[in-house]
Ligand binder design. Sequence first.
Ligand code: NAD
Ligand code: WQD
Length: 335
Amino acid sequence: MKESILVTGGLGFIGSHTVAGLQQAGYDVVIVDDLSNSDISVLDNITKITSVKPHFYNYDINDAGALSKVFADHSIKAVIHFAASKAVGESVLQPLKYYHNNVSGLISLLQIMENAGIKNIVFSSSCTVYGTPDALPVSESSPVKKATSPYGATKQVCEQILEDCKNFNSIALRYFNPIGAHESGLIGELPKGVPANLVPYITQCAAGLRDKIIIHGDDYNTSDGTCVRDYLHVTDLALAHIKAVERQLSAKQDNTFEIFNLGTGHGSTVLELITCFEKVNNLKLNYSIGPRREGDVEKVWADSSKANTILGWKTEKSLEEMLKSAWQWQLSLNR
Ligand code: NAD
Ligand code: WQD
């Protein structure tokens, strides 16, 4: 068995795929998740995939006493920190919830790591830190623009904290748009309530749980007028975390704070994604064009060449595979 890795938010969408990948790579995984946006059944499903049950603690990362105990009970070598609140719209309505959970949560975690003498942390950041980019594709040296939501602001503040805390080795991974689900059909995204993101909304429509998809605007300056995003498969994204942890465990970081963009380098419009979903899953979707959604960026895709060369990571899976797996996951939920 390799080193013990603590994964906060390890039962969530990206966390669960990363835990499965870490276990399959031989790591001992300790999960801390308060189930605020996940379900305990995910633990059994990870175990079914890997045949190894991860250690699990139903704790809030803000509970310093509980978290300290986890560090005392396990010989943790690195932390992958997914635990955060992530709904952009909710963050506008409840900014304090976001600053507390995302920013105070990180500070609390870092203090406990410092006490325990653990230096390595991989942090979930987001392409949202770039706002509306001046040039495409977006590289790590593109300017960070004023955040358009409290959620985005929390990611910027957290990155600043990590950059300032030079006694840690931290890697911020800026994800573009992760979608899809595990090939086993056992884990995937579990949105609570009405999904805000496009792909879970599409799969729920296809399953008859929602009436129709409203495309938020078709008058953008793009090939078909709908917005462009860089969608990547969640299992590809999960592997980048393992590469990042391995960089830390082998003391290869060039700086105490490093940033990597994680995307395919290719953008797809909303209409292209809908058409692809219909084609690969052989079904028809009910959709219509609505007004623009406030705060939406017209087009954004990643320059991930830094992750390609330095982390040795690149995406493998196509949009077709992402959308097939997303639909298989939705079907498994309906069974
Ligand atoms: P998710 O909500 O599915 O997973 C987050 C997990 O953290 C959940 O299981 C939740 O129960 C847990 N959690 C939240 N607050 C906690 C706390 N205080 N203590 C313990 N556990 C807590 O989200 P996800 O999509 O897997 O995202 C993971 C991370 O990646 C988040 O930090 C998110 O902001 C970031 N991110 C996500 C996306 C995306 O599109 N999904 C894009 C960019 C960045
Ligand atoms: C994708 C495209 C919508 C729903 C969000 C967060 C970002 C990051 C990723 C965490 C856009 C369009 C959507 C619908 C639609 N998360 N759409 N009808 O907005 O790129 O990014 O998730 O860090 O911070 O803001 O993703 O999936 O919401 O939207 O037309 O019902 O689909 O307008 O063009 P987005 P999304």
